[in-house]
Design a protein around this ligand. Structure first.
Ligand code: GAP
Length: 458
């Protein structure tokens, strides 16, 4: 997002900012989540998430119908046609739409009584205990607070940032002026965000301390829809470039828009527990910059030389959880594979560009000078790639270890290497083995693992 785009620059803003920042952004007063308690289990849940999980279960039923039909019709099966014509599937889909529409409307109108009514009508039970004994739905603020200052009397209440975006907004003019950026341009950052999530679960899907990768793209007012569409496409293309399968992604266009947005969509990924938000793309209007102008009393405007006038830019945001992205990659990549000889192997088919170790160098045996040659190859490759050396156990077991760790290449040094300077290179996914010259290793590995090779495929 930064290195490959001339008009996007990086920043590292503070985690603790002046508390007025969060007044201006709406996080103190307007960003509240609807929560509901179960009176029997004393557990607290996000009411909207309970309803969305209920819909996800209906979706699983649709997927089951698709699987059954695919089995029944074999090659003649047309998924698109089935989804748009099968009465049972259409019924399920209509039910989901009706529920989500009603939830969207109730939240928009702040009709929390109707959210509770919906939970009761759907007979949603506490996922842990099965109890349906619910309290009313209440609003709850998700920011973590702390104190700034040594003495209790003068201490000021500050918050850990719940999103990195506001650090970009308050620095907008500093970056624009010092970087001499012209609209349209973006500011991006990777950094920690903190939310007092009520239910932090599903491994690292929802955490209280997590890492966001966000970009705010500043545009001329009136052009935001065009940029919103462009960023939706660009970001989906980026996800697809990882090769995790187009069927695993979909857009979810928001019915209920946050107070700052005039359009919003999620890129959802099919996690092992269903389709869930992975990234958000939001057209945030000029809400944030205007609010910071108002609360700080300082102008946050851009002088457009072409138009010869000042204005507050509109913003299109892309926002993705780094940890959640990791979970998507990891859950999709870790596979148990049946081999032709009837055995199985665990293989982490992580995109090579992301693999923590790019190659493992393995001497066939621990004698006859093979470890020395292998070590020399490690010494040569480690300037360019993360590589590892492994001499323990039979070579087959070493291959399996590297497969499970996602290492794209295993390079085996044997007795022929001493004669002709060639090694066997084995690919993690195909398990194909080739004899190559040691001098060619760098080029072969680079072609597979380089960011360039991956991005050029986009
Ligand atoms: N600035 C916009 C914003 O923060 P968001 O939809 O609340 O929007 C953006 O969050 C992304 O951050 C999500 O799509 C998700 O990937 C990640 N995220 C949000 N809350 C999270 C949590 N509690 N744990 C892990 N990732 C989270």
């Amino acid at each position: 997002m930064v290195q490959m785009h001339e008009n996007i620059v990086g920043i590292d803003a503070s985690i603790l900012m002046h508390p007025t920042t969060w007044k201006a952004s709406g996080h103190v007063d307007a960003f509240n989540d609807p929560l509901i308690d179960n009176k029997d289990s004393k557990k607290r849940y996000r009411a909207d998430v309970l309803i969305e999980d209920y819909c996800a279960k209906i979706e699983t039923k649709i997927e089951k119908e698709v699987k059954k039909a695919a089995k029944r019709f074999g090659e003649a099966f047309n998924k698109e046609e089935f989804l748009t014509t099968n009465a049972r599937v259409l019924g399920y889909q209509e039910k989901i739409n009706t529920i989500l529409n009603r939830l969207g409307k109730s939240l928009e109108n702040e009709d929390l009584a109707d959210v509770k009514k919906l939970i009761e009508e759907l007979e949603i039970a506490d996922p842990l205990t099965g109890s349906k004994n619910w309290t009313d739905v209440k609003q709850f603020n998700l920011m973590f607070g702390t104190q700034l200052g040594a003495s209790a009397d003068s201490a000021m209440k500050v918050y850990l940032r719940p999103e990195t975006a506001q650090g970009i907004f308050v620095n907008f003019l500093n970056v624009q002026k010092t970087g001499r950026m012209k609209i349209p341009f973006g500011i991006a950052q990777t950094g920690k965000a903190f939310r007092n999530e009520i239910v932090a679960r599903q491994f690292i899907f929802r955490m209280r301390e997590f890492e966001q990768m966000e970009m705010q793209f500043f545009v001329k007012p009136g052009t935001q829809q065009e940029w919103y569409q462009k960023w939706k496409e660009t970001r989906l293309k980026w996800h697809l470039s990882l090769g995790m399968g187009a069927d695993n992604y979909r857009f979810h266009d928001h019915e209920k828009l946050a107070h700052y947005a005039d359009a919003a969509a999620d890129i959802e990924f099919k996690f092992p527990f269903g389709f869930k938000e992975l990234e958000g793309i939001h057209s945030r209007t000029d809400f944030d910059l205007k609010a910071h102008e108002e609360f700080s009393g300082k102008k946050l405007q851009y002088f457009d030389h072409e138009e010869n006038k000042n204005y507050v830019p509109y913003v299109v945001e892309t926002s993705i959880g780094l940890d959640r992205m990791f979970l998507a990659v990891f859950s999709n990549s870790l596979q148990e594979e049946e081999l032709e000889n009837g055995t199985t192997r665990t293989v982490l088919k992580i995109p090579s560009v992301l693999a923590p170790t790019k190659a493992a160098i393995l001497p066939l045996v621990k004698k006859d000078g093979l470890p020395d040659v292998a070590r020399k190859i490690v010494e040569d490759l480690k300037w360019d790639f993360n590589v590892s050396y492994d001499e323990k156990d039979a070579v087959g077991r070493r291959y399996r270890r590297q497969d499970a760790a996602g290492t794209p290449f295993c390079i085996t040094v044997d007795h022929d290497t001493l004669q002709d300077n060639t090694v066997t290179i084995r690919h993690r996914d195909t398990m194909e083995q080739k004899r190559v010259n040691v001098q060619d290793l760098k080029k072969i590995i680079f072609e597979e693992v380089a960011v360039k090779s991956w991005l050029m495929k986009m």
